[in-house]
Write a protein that binds this ligand. Structure first.
Ligand code: SF4
Length: 367
């Protein structure tokens, strides 16, 4: 018998499950709270449930789908990256980032990614499958459990425990809007004020720009933040760097973002991975500023590329980033330069996974 992942079930679905077992519906609420508030990993810990129900849960369901393969910290203790194995043997990456006074978890929504950006380690491997809602939620719970532990020892990381996850970025492996229903179910559970209770405003979802899904997102009542991985100011270049642009070009994308802003009144952030000699010329900054003009509120994050081994795409120089940023600021666009933290731990999306597919690298990392 295939066991059910309990984190895949909404509160209503849990109530239905226990009712189908002949239990009162409120038992489903109790289980939901144990899972999403107390973050238990074993039905035996659900002490207000009858023993018979706990035994049935243990026999027919499971809670934690993640098996840690390896975790790596950067030298400053600000970033911890974990590689997990899922029950079907697939592997995913999750990152905890401890800077800017935040404790941010970067989560994955797919095993691999079908978008195929040529500078990205995940894109090189293609898409294996979508993650389920519970597999997404479990990534946040994993680090939340570790942060909640009352321990004087933070294992070399710059965080005092007990503490909590303060922010989530949906920027790990995969295109979240290509796995829309599961991603939104997971984020609703995380932002549920009765249980995990992370403010939706502290959740940022990053997309390459699936236009119909941006329109759908604008209708959601969940006020998460939207980031768009742009990386190029012209269709010609973006067709190469972000191939989905051939389907949803910049004109369609910007129209969708204008509609999104009209509906939500929220700022849109643009991620721009800066690649030497590819997209970092001052003229390209001017084109980018022109492109963003129709938006009422926009912000650009400039991120020197995390180079993937074997890739011809390399990060822009500090000077090129500074010039590009200045040109945007002069045109009235607010910007941030995001430091390339975690380069030494392969913190770029999909890089640890790619590295650990070579057994000798895995052995090295574990030492
Ligand atoms: S950059 Fe993002 S969208 Fe592009 S291939 Fe990588 S994971 Fe997919």
């Amino acid at each position: 018998m295939t066991k059910t992942l309990l984190l895949d079930l909404t509160r209503d679905q849990l109530r239905e499950l226990v009712q189908s077992w002949g239990e009162p519906a409120y038992r489903g609420n109790q289980i939901y709270d144990w899972l999403h508030k107390n973050l238990v990993t074993d039905p035996a810990q659900m002490t207000n449930l009858p023993k018979k129900l706990r035994e049935r849960l243990a026999a027919e369901t499971f809670i934690n789908p993640l098996e840690l393969i390896v975790q790596v910290d950067d030298a400053r203790g600000e970033t911890r990256k974990a590689l997990f194995r899922l029950p079907d043997g697939s592997t995913i990456e999750v990152v905890l980032m401890l800077y800017d006074k935040r404790r941010t978890v970067c989560i994955s929504t797919q095993v691999g990614c079908g978008i195929g950006c040529p500078f990205c380690a995940t894109g090189m491997g293609g898409l294996t499958r979508n993650l389920s809602p519970g597999e997404i939620i479990a990534q946040v719970h994993w680090f939340e459990r570790w942060l909640r532990q009352d321990s004087p020892d933070s294992e070399g990381l710059v965080v005092q425990r007990p503490s909590r996850v303060t922010n989530i970025v949906v920027m790990g492996m995969g295109e979240p809007l290509a796995n829309y229903d599961a991603a939104m179910q997971a984020l609703r559970a995380i932002a549920d004020p009765k249980t995990f209770a992370l403010s939706a405003r502290n959740i940022t979802l990053s997309t390459v720009g699936l236009v119909p899904r941006i329109d759908q997102l604008a209708e959601e009542s969940l006020p998460i933040r939207l980031a768009v991985s742009l990386h190029a100011p012209t269709d010609r270049l973006r067709n190469k760097l972000v191939p989905i642009n051939k389907r949803y070009n910049l004109s369609k994308l910007m129209d969708a973002l204008v509609r999104y802003q009209e509906k939500t009144r929220r700022r849109v952030t643009f991620e721009y991975a800066m690649m030497r000699g590819i997209n970092d010329a001052v003229e390209q900054a001017h084109l980018l500023a022109d492109l963003l003009t129709p938006l009422r509120k926009a912000h650009v994050n400039l991120i020197p590329l995390n180079p993937t081994p074997g890739s011809p795409y390399q990060p822009s120089s500090t000077e090129a980033v500074r010039r590009f940023q200045q040109a945007l600021e002069d045109a009235g666009v607010t910007t941030t330069v995001r430091l390339r933290r975690g380069v030494e731990i392969s913190a770029g999306c999909g890089q640890l996974r790619q590295a650990t597919q070579q057994p000798e690298v895995l052995k090295f990392i574990r030492q």
